[in-house]
Design a protein around this ligand. Structure first.
Ligand code: DAH
Length: 345
């Protein structure tokens, strides 16, 4: 074997390597070609060097020199290509995974309370802080609790199916939260000091101030020596707490079957502070509740001693309080679940 044979084989390997290298474009095939030529045991070039001993002595030095040169060339070519491939792959990964950190993030929305719930809870908190407990009653109610035991005479217009939703002969959707007064007095002896917020139902058409379902809060206090001034003082304190200290409360004589005397409750207009505006129709006052001293007839239904105990009661619309507090002019907004509305609370 001449030295030409030896170095010729090396040149052939070099050519083969160069042409194969041209089609290497990724890290994987790069690893393949590296193994194919340089692996310790079976690399095309490595085996040439291992077989050095088969050459005539005088050719070995020259062959070894050329082979080692080729080995360095191949290694250098592979390293260069490796760097190129690595850079290219990094670049395309960056392009694929572009993240503009200056873009605003995706805000994760969290829920919050409905304005009616906010007001409902606020009313509860005020009364709880005054020592009241919060009672609950059924929305599907008997005519006994909703009317009879509240001293509504037979034939009273409120009983008319055109005003009240009947679900059975003597079962209705409660038209007010007042039945909870009787239910509470049946359960406990005085002193009684409760409020009851809840849903009520009436056959009213939807309009800016009416809805077939709305919310009321009822209050009942019974004990020895409760007077009309306790009623007035309680209403005054509540309204100052809820609307602000400058709020005034006034009572006008009125009639409800379950109180005597009965009254309508006005507050000084929250929009004009009582000087007269469009909302209070120039009067300076806004009607917010019904109230009165518990009618002695009610004590007969619940076995309370009417000689010993007196009490007051009042009830008003939670929706109305929310409308006044937040200056909302359409009751329907509470029930439409329009995000642009709800997001403001
Ligand atoms: N229940 C009455 C209504 O829905 C409001 C009311 C008036 C409640 C007088 C009372 C009261 O407790 O004493 O119109």
């Amino acid at each position: 074997m001449s030295s030409n044979d030896g170095t010729g084989r090396l040149r052939a390997i070099e050519q083969k390597f160069n042409s194969e290298l041209a089609s290497v474009h990724d890290a994987r095939s790069l690893e393949d070609i590296r193994t194919r030529y340089l692996s310790r045991k079976s690399g095309l070039l490595t085996t040439q060097l291992q077989n050095l001993g088969e050459l005539p002595k005088d050719q070995r030095a020259e062959f070894g020199r050329v082979a080692n040169q080729l080995k360095s060339k191949i290694e250098a070519a592979l390293d260069t290509l490796q760097t190129t491939i690595f850079e290219r792959e990094k670049q395309s990964a960056l392009e694929r995974e572009t993240l503009d950190v200056t873009l605003p993030g995706n805000r994760r929305r969290i829920g919050h309370r409905h304005p009616l719930t906010i007001v409902w809870k606020e009313i509860e908190d005020i009364f709880i802080s005054m020592g009241y407990t919060v009672e609950d009653g059924p929305e599907i109610e008997s005519t006994y609790y909703n009317f009879d035991a509240l001293n509504f005479p037979v034939g009273h217009p409120a009983r008319d199916p055109r005003d009240t939703f009947y679900v059975g002969e003597n079962m209705i959707l409660r038209t007010h939260t007042s039945p909870v007064q009787v239910r509470t007095m049946e359960k406990v002896q005085p002193p009684v000091r409760i409020i009851c917020p809840g849903r009520v139902f009436r056959r009213d058409a939807f309009d800016p101030t009416h809805s077939p379902m709305f919310h009321q809060v009822e209050c009942l206090v019974v004990d020895e020596g409760i007077t009309f001034s306790d009623l007035k003082g309680t209403l005054e304190r509540f309204h100052k707490q809820f609307f602000g200290e400058k709020t005034k409360t006034r009572l006008r004589p009125s009639f409800f079957p379950f109180v005597e005397p009965g009254a309508e409750v006005d507050i000084s207009c929250v929009f004009c502070d009582g000087s007269g505006c469009r909302v209070c129709k120039g009067t300076g006052w806004i009607e917010v509740m019904g109230a009165g001293m518990v009618h002695p007839n009610l004590y007969g239904f619940v076995n309370y001693d009417a000689e010993k105990y007196t009490g007051f009661a009042f009830g008003g619309g939670i929706d109305r309080y929310a409308m006044l507090k937040y200056n909302i002019n359409d009751l329907q907004l509470f029930f439409q679940n329009e995000m642009r509305f709800l997001q403001q609370f």
